[in-house]
Ligand binder design. Structure first.
Ligand code: ADP
Length: 376
């Protein structure tokens, strides 16, 4: 009902004004207003359609990142600029506190801007006139942190756990005062996770404002003889890694790959080796369990659908092992599904992240790099 309502509302305005324009009865001021309104509504609808397409790409596992090394400040400023007119119209002050040196991260700048735009525009949308929105960018340990906080309507503790779910809105009644599909945050979370990061939310309750925190791992920078030649702090990508849209390097990392498909194993291990990782592989859960203890990988990457013991059962078995036998190895699940329930099941079984198939090296490598660096 919400989708239908949100798509039809701008259509209504566009059709109505177009008909009035055709009738030739509008004076100059009204004509300008009509054109303005048509343009604004078309843009709003284009945005809704983009969101719906993004969700369908996420569900079918086809959302792709175009990552490269960036420092996020410019992207964040771009997102703030795009929201500024809406903020000014409500007399809301947006205060940026941005560290220009934070980074570098391996990110898709357009998608990162989409994430920040979503958070900042929500902050403006759910904050009453005269309120404040603060956007911070800083480096914290091995992450870049982007914090968007507002003095707005806040979020009840009942709604907090559902806020990143698709089509979820605190107020989805027909009498609600805000427009929107309830997709922005679900998309934002997915995009953040594709960057190997996390997003979290905090609110003290209704009327007490809200704070969203995005963490994205800082790119692994290694001191190598060539690294002096590139941009400061950014390791030049080399050789075949370049062909895979500049995936982060994984030098020095041991990875254990579990998949029953030999083609999939050979493709993934070739990709990961091209980024410098040492890769061992197993084509069944039983074989993987043996290898795990001998090889003690930094990260475990497992398929979910496998004959015999599936990925879930395998992970539950791993999690019962003591740490020195690999029981706490961070794990990534490779799944052909990206539904919320698949994610939940994988998380419950003990994975830290899941990456949809078909796998894109840049995404998988970013996820692995971030997992390898963070303690369980
Ligand atoms: P939409 O904004 O289209 O409703 P989102 O996925 O962006 O969809 O947000 C989902 C819901 O989360 C919103 O409808 C609102 O109830 C809540 N929400 C998001 N951001 C904020 C915020 N800054 N303050 C209060 N509530 C928020």
């Amino acid at each position: 009902a919400t989708v239908s309502h949100e798509l039809r509302t701008p259509l209504n305005a566009m059709l109505g004004w177009a008909r009035l324009l055709r009738s030739g009865t509008l004076n100059q001021t009204a004509t300008a207003r009509a054109i303005d309104s048509i343009e604004r509504n078309a843009a709003a609808q284009a945005h809704l359609i983009e969101d719906l397409l993004d969700v369908s790409r996420i569900i079918s596992g086809k959302l792709r990142l175009n990552v490269r090394p960036i420092t996020p400040m410019g992207v964040i400023e771009g997102a703030i600029d795009a929201v500024r007119p809406a903020a000014e119209a409500k007399d809301i002050r947006i205060q940026p506190v941005l560290d220009p040196a934070a980074g570098p991260i391996s990110a898709d700048p357009d998608r990162l801007q989409q994430i920040v735009w979503n958070l900042v525009s929500n902050a403006v949308k759910f904050t009453p006139r005269g309120g404040q929105v603060e956007v911070r960018l800083a480096r914290v340990d091995s992450h870049v942190e982007i914090v968007v906080s507002d003095t707005g309507s806040g979020i009840t503790k009942e709604f907090l756990p559902h806020i990143f779910e698709r089509f979820r809105q605190a107020d989805s009644t027909t009498t609600r005062s805000h427009t929107g599909l309830g997709l922005g945050l679900a998309i934002a979370r997915h995009l953040v996770e594709l960057h190997g990061g996390t997003v979290s939310v905090h609110s003290d309750g209704e009327g007490r404002g809200a704070t969203f925190v995005v963490k994205i791992p800082v790119m692994i920078v290694e001191e190598t003889p060539e690294s002096g030649r590139g941009e400061p702090g950014i390791r030049p990508t080399s050789g075949s890694c370049m062909a895979f849209s500049q995936a982060p390097r994984l030098d020095g990392l041991r990875l254990l790959l579990v998949d029953d498909e030999p083609d999939s194993i050979s493709m993934l291990s070739t990709m990961l080796r091209s980024c410098g990782a040492e890769v061992a592989s197993a084509n069944s859960a039983a074989e993987a369990a043996q290898l795990l203890e001998r090889f003690l990988p930094h990260v475990l990457i497992t398929d979910i659908g496998m004959p015999g013991e599936d990925g879930y059962a395998f992970l539950r078995r791993v999690r019962m092992l003591p740490p020195e036998r690999g029981g706490q190895t961070p794990a990534v699940a490779l799944t052909a599904y990206a539904r919320a329930e698949d994610r939940t099941r994988a998380l419950l079984a003990g994975v830290q992240m899941h990456v949809p198939k078909p796998v894109e090296l840049a995404e998988l490598a970013a996820v692995i790099a971030s997992l390898a660096r963070r303690p369980m």
